[in-house]
Design a protein around this ligand. Structure first.
Ligand SMILES: C[S@@+](CC[C@H](N)C(=O)[O-])C[C@H]1O[C@@H](n2cnc3c(N)ncnc32)[C@H](O)[C@@H]1O
Length: 230
């Protein structure tokens, strides 16, 4: 049987991720043995009394830069030959559903999370196999960014979502935004659920959802339709 994928997160803030991996769908995925998580703190790989992981930038300037030695040692303590070592950085490839799908097929992902002004360039050139950004804005730390990527990847692993919670219709999965969803009550504060959804006619419902998905995509994200064109 194929081994469950492993996810290691190299971070000086392991607590930031604990709550996230110990709740809800991620927690159940771990309990079912569908994925394994480890947090690795680069401070554990320092040799000085203060467990120093950062230093002033060569050439001067504001802020501190994460040192290469504890980061390399932390990654090397868990790295396997198949591992993708992903540096979280606002300068990386923009994360999207297609990349989440690709990463969900990997056996071992190692996320390297920066802090302060960022990481020593040798971590990028000598350690990372990939660089991912979650968007054009700057966070204080890569741990939250890694959590976003991990969440999107883990929910695509086989068995993580039940059939009733399938990712197949999700926005972006088929190049469109998802159709509008409704639940009970059928009328709330004068706002009614479309008749077709209560009709019980599955063909009609499927047609309506398809139309709505196209309409939404056309009005909100026409760029997605452009990309979908053959
Ligand atoms: C303050 S940022 C450093 C930004 C860096 N000085 C720059 O301008 O490219 C600190 C860390 O947060 C993480 N980070 C910040 N924004 C991010 C984003 N949009 N996507 C992924 N990681 C991000 C990275 O790990 C980065 O090393």
């Amino acid at each position: 049987m194929k081994e469950a994928p492993k996810i290691d997160v190299i971070t000086i803030f392991p607590q930031m991720l604990r709550g996230f991996t110990e709740e809800s769908i991620l927690k159940r995925a771990v309990q079912k043995g569908l994925v394994g998580f480890r947090m690795v703190d680069p401070r554990a790989f320092t040799t000085d009394r203060h467990a120093t992981v950062d230093d002033r930038p060569y050439g001067g300037g504001p802020g501190m830069v994460m040192k290469p030695d504890p980061m390399f040692a932390a990654v090397e303590s868990v790295r396997t030959p198949a591992a993708r070592v992903i540096l979280m950085t606002p300068q990386g490839r923009r994360f999207d559903q297609a990349l989440a799908q690709t990463l969900s097929n990997e056996q071992h992902l190692i996320f390297v999370c920066g802090h302060y002004e960022g990481v020593d360039e040798r971590i990028r050139t000598g350690l990372a196999t990939d660089e991912i950004s979650i968007g054009d804005y700057v966070l204080t730390n890569g741990t939250l960014a890694a959590a976003v990527v991990i969440d999107a990847v883990v929910r695509l692993l086989p068995g993580v979502l039940g059939a009733e919670d399938s990712a197949a219709d999700d926005s972006f999965s088929c190049g469109l935004l998802e159709y509008p969803q409704y639940t009970r009550p059928a009328e709330f504060r004068g706002m009614k659920v479309p008749d077709v959804l209560i009709s019980g006619n599955h063909e009609e419902i499927a047609r309506w959802r398809d139309e709505q998905a196209r309409l939404r995509t056309e009005t909100r994200r026409p760029d997605l339709l452009e990309r979908k064109k053959p």
